[in-house]
Design a protein around this ligand. Structure first.
Ligand code: UDP
Length: 157
């Protein structure tokens, strides 16, 4: 949580992985979060260094898929983003769907576009603590643009 404009604003970190970029899903994925009513506050198109990938997925360091995951995330550009809104962390996870696209519900990003756990298109922070850590791992504060969308009164009571 970040306190700005005198209200508590919830933020999450999302990244469209190299498969999502290669499959031309960038526009469709951003469209879904925009249409839902969340606010984009940071975005960059970038190649991920091995160091950043290993830090980001550090919790999985001992898992058998770790090396392959790092290879994959560093294999091509990603779209790193920060989105803001009430309940955005949990809501984005629902919109993304289960880790394995084969069990992810239709209507979710992974459920609609994926078939393999190692190619599941998008990352989303799973809790407030990880969201905060990931936002500051991937973005400097000055790379985030706080703004008030003119549609806010039509999205929030
Ligand atoms: N992953 C994988 N094989 C596995 C489990 C996970 O390749 O058996 C990858 C997959 O890309 C997943 C990422 O590791 O998105 C992180 O796993 P986590 O359990 O944190 O899933 P997520 O939070 O992304 O749904």
């Amino acid at each position: 949580m970040t306190t700005q404009r005198n209200i508590a604003v919830e933020r999450t970190f999302l990244a469209i992985k190299p498969d999502g970029v290669q499959r031309s899903l960038v526009g469709e994925i951003i469209r879904r979060f925009e249409a839902k009513g969340f606010t984009l506050v940071g975005m960059k198109f970038m190649k991920v260094s091995r160091e950043l990938a290993e830090q980001h997925y550090g919790v999985h360091r001992e898992r058998p898929f770790f090396q392959g995951l790092v290879e994959f995330i560093t294999s091509g550009p990603v779209v790193a983003m920060v989105w803001e809104g009430d309940g955005v962390i949990a809501s984005a996870r629902k919109m993304i769907g289960a880790t394995n696209p084969l069990t992810a519900e239709p209507g979710t990003i992974r459920g609609d576009y994926g078939v393999n756990i190692g190619r599941n298109i998008i990352h989303g922070s799973d809790a407030p603590e990880t969201a905060q850590q990931e936002v500051s791992l991937w973005f400097k504060e000055e790379e985030l643009a706080s703004w008030e969308p003119s549609l806010t009164p039509w999205i929030k009571e």
